[in-house]
Design a binder for this molecule. Structure first.
Ligand SMILES: Cc1ncc(COP(=O)(O)O)c(C=O)c1O
Length: 385
């Protein structure tokens, strides 16, 4: 569903394409997350895989207690630029990567007992305390799309209850659980019911429980009371510290991607070719797939002028979707894609030599834009040789 967006005065000199992050919207999300922390004493971490614009870390670290990283590079970015706790989980570690990861991490979670057995000697040799956890698969699916369901049949993510049999938890102080995607607290409640039944004996032997990401806490209809109730109960019942590591919720509805129409072609439908490519700038549009919201648009046929929005790459399927507008789009018209702060900027690529969008911050209080980064030929070239 398209959501109206306060960003209406786009200055003429804003580069195109450009991600624009709305700082006040980020702060509104942080206020909600702060409320959850205050009511429960839980610690909320930023999932860097969703949002890693470190220019904004000074704002984020006023509220969030640290980051969750999925690689040595993310762990390093978290330690050097965010500067609070770094919790790292990756599906598998190479030894060089793992040695780097422990330099920058305070918590490390293993996806399997074999990884834990292979690397615990490195943990034991470390000069600082690193808390170790194991990721579990509670075998309860709440996500309907297999691509995003960590509990799908034959999933490689996390250890099932039966795989704990015969394993010692000596050295493991926490459990990590990530099973949700854009979900409300009722999905967490159902998941925990299954998880707690299966893993009850272990819950009394750990000191921290990480409930992963996928909690859509900053969405209007999210049941914050239920989330707080769940967290407070878990803390009381098992005497554990609770971590949440949302990505999307931290910057939900807090950024747009602004592009420009380069050409209009016709083949049974008007097709506006933009300087924004689904393949290079919004890969989730093709991967998920989904139809991003566009400011001022309706479904095809709903408004006076219907057209397909498409990208400039050579990929035949570089199609963003069909939309309608009150007025005809023309060469030079601006198109604003909504809710683009999470999982977009971090996933862009330079396929076909297409330039990366610039990155800017917007402060609606004084209507000020700050260009944080622009890209060019060197960024494309330097990745290739
Ligand atoms: C282990 C883990 N933690 C946290 C997240 C963040 O999830 P979200 O951005 O949906 O809140 C993800 C996303 O895939 C994840 O895999």
């Amino acid at each position: 569903m398209d959501r109206d967006y306060p960003l209406i005065h786009i200055p003429d000199n804003i580069p195109s394409p450009c991600f624009v992050i709305d700082e006040s919207a980020v702060k509104n999300n942080l206020t909600i997350l702060e409320d959850v922390q205050t009511r429960t004493g839980c610690k909320i971490l930023l999932a860097l895989k969703a949002f890693a614009l470190f220019d904004l870390f000074p704002v984020l670290r006023n509220t969030l207690k640290g980051v969750c990283a999925g690689s040595s590079h993310e762990a390093r970015l978290g330690k050097e630029e965010f500067g609070r706790q770094v919790h790292t989980f990756a599906v598998a570690y190479s030894e060089p990567d793992f040695r780097d990861i422990i330099k920058f991490s305070d918590y490390v979670t293993f996806n399997s007992f074999s990884m834990w057995h292979r690397f615990k000697y490195i943990i034991n040799q470390a000069k600082k305390e690193i808390k170790c956890g194991i990721r579990v698969n509670p075998e309860h699916s709440e996500v309907m799309t297999a691509l995003y369901d960590p509990c799908a049949p034959e999933s490689r993510l996390g250890m099932r209850r039966s795989q704990f049999n015969g394993e010692s938890l000596k050295g493991i102080t926490g459990i990590h659980l990530h099973t949700l995607c854009e979900q409300n607290a009722d999905a967490l409640e159902r998941t925990l019911k299954v998880f707690e039944t299966g893993f009850k004996d272990m819950l009394n032997n750990i000191t921290w429980l990480n409930l992963g990401g996928g909690h859509h806490i900053t969405r209007d209809d999210y049941d914050i009371d239920l989330l707080c109730h769940i967290i407070n109960r878990l803390k009381r019942q098992y005497n554990v510290e609770i971590y949440l590591e949302p990505g999307e919720a931290v910057v939900l509805n807090a950024g747009v991607l602004i592009g420009t129409v380069l050409d209009i072609v016709y083949n049974d439908i008007n097709i506006a070719i933009l300087d924004i490519s689904a393949a290079t700038h919004m890969p989730d549009v093709l991967e998920m797939p989904y139809r991003p919201g566009v400011h001022g648009s309706g479904l095809a046929g709903e408004k006076a002028y219907t057209c397909r929005l498409a990208g400039p790459s050579c990929l035949a399927g570089d199609i963003i979707g069909d939309y309608s507008f009150d007025k005809e789009l023309k060469v030079g018209s601006k198109v604003i894609f909504l809710d683009m702060a999470h999982y977009t900027m971090v996933k862009t690529n330079t396929f076909n030599g297409i330039n990366l969008p610039s990155i800017a911050c917007y402060n609606p209080l004084n209507n000020a834009f700050k260009i944080i980064r622009s890209f060019g030929y060197e960024d494309f070239k330097n990745r290739l040789s």
